[in-house]
Design a binder for this molecule. Structure first.
Ligand code: TYD
Length: 338
């Protein structure tokens, strides 16, 4: 089987690329190499005969048509994903997360034999009040430009599936974490700040809950989805969540404790505007298919924190885009350095 993986140099995409190549797949990795992409993420496979890298944009219709034309399945991980950046610069989210998906759909409608697996997010539902869990048929209510761009992409997918009889799988996942995640995201950021003995900027009261899944468990879920791709036209959505919902403050404290750093480093700062209080997925459909996360949050977090402790300094020297400038823009005022 030959997969076209978009965004395969990013965090989740690269974990999937390495897994597929290791298991005999041919993989074409199409990545624009934005700030969030890192060549180090695919260094292990870069010379593999079943791996091909193409630097390019999913908004490039001709390129996408050519690559979709030689693939059995398209896995779309290409996206702008950081909520805070979507507040600073929403336009790029609309372009990549919505227009890019339309380009993929345009190419796919000419290739009825090629399947699409699209990565989406629990954030399309907005905040989910306790004790509710979002089922696959819940109405969208996105709060951030990022979440709205992912919801819009899903609506375009639905429209194409209806109009052209395409069979598409949408994987909506909770917050994913693990080694090689970009430094701007919560767990890597807090781990690196704790390691450096620097203030860890906790938004608002820190009682927002996130559902956390270790990246390897998501890869297993995607692999299971690939084993049972739908043939009937329409959108099949599946929720991939761990069920482990943790308040941000508690996660921050665990990171301090794992590293033996004082919890006083946790520094409340001005909240993110429109910050969702809680995400929670009902993942029973995936569990009925036989999937279950292998790692508890505490285990995955310990492993991740160890990885950043041992490799974080070297990791921070690999491509992290404009992280220093972004950090100053996002946190300078919040941490009172202006
Ligand atoms: P994040 O990793 O940005 O994922 P998302 O916003 O998509 O859930 O953030 C996870 C949680 O951590 C979220 O509730 C926001 C919070 N957070 C902070 O409190 N401080 C920070 O500096 C960051 C990046 C996130």
């Amino acid at each position: 089987m030959r997969a076209l993986v978009t965004g395969g140099c990013g965090f989740i995409g690269s974990h999937v690329v390495r897994s597929l190549v290791a298991d005999g797949w041919e993989v074409i990795n199409l990545d624009r190499m934005t700030y969030a992409a890192n060549p180090a993420n695919v260094a292990e496979v870069v010379r593999h005969p079943r791996y091909r890298f193409v630097q390019g944009d999913i908004c490039d219709g001709a390129l996408v048509r050519e690559l979709v034309g030689v693939a059995d399945v398209v896995l779309n991980f290409a996206a702008e994903t950081h909520v805070d950046r979507s507040l600073l610069d929403p336009g790029v989210f609309v372009r990549t997360d919505v227009e890019g998906v339309v380009m993929l759909l345009e190419a796919l409608r000419e290739r009825p034999g090629t399947a699409l697996v699209h990565m989406s997010t629990d954030e399309v539902f907005g905040s989910i009040p306790a004790p509710l869990e979002a089922r696959e048929d819940r109405a969208f209510a996105p709060s951030s430009p990022y979440a709205a761009s992912k919801a819009a992409a899903e609506l375009m997918i639905r429209a194409y599936a209806e109009t052209y009889g395409m069979a598409v799988t949408v994987v909506r996942c909770c917050n994913v974490f693990g080694p090689r995640q970009h430094l701007e995201k919560f767990i890597p950021l807090f781990t690196m700040r704790a390691l450096a003995g620097e203030p860890m900027p906790l938004y608002g009261d820190g009682m927002q809950e996130r559902e956390w899944l270790y990246v390897d468990d998501l890869v297993e879920a995607v692999r299971l989805v690939l084993e049972g791709l739908p043939t009937v036209a329409g959108v099949r959505a599946v929720h991939v969540g761990s069920g482990e919902r943790v308040a941000n403050r508690a996660t921050a404290e665990m990171i301090c404790d794992l590293l033996g750093r004082p919890r006083e480093l946790i520094t409340p700062v001005a909240d993110r505007p429109g910050h969702d209080r809680r995400y929670a997925l009902d993942s029973s459909r995936m569990r009925e298919l036989g999937w279950a996360p292998r790692r508890r949050f505490v285990e995955g977090l310990a492993e991740t924190v160890r990885w950043y402790r041992d490799h974080g300094a070297a990791w921070a020297r690999t491509a992290q885009g404009d992280f220093a400038r972004y950090f100053e823009r996002q946190y300078g005022e919040r941490l009172g350095r202006r």
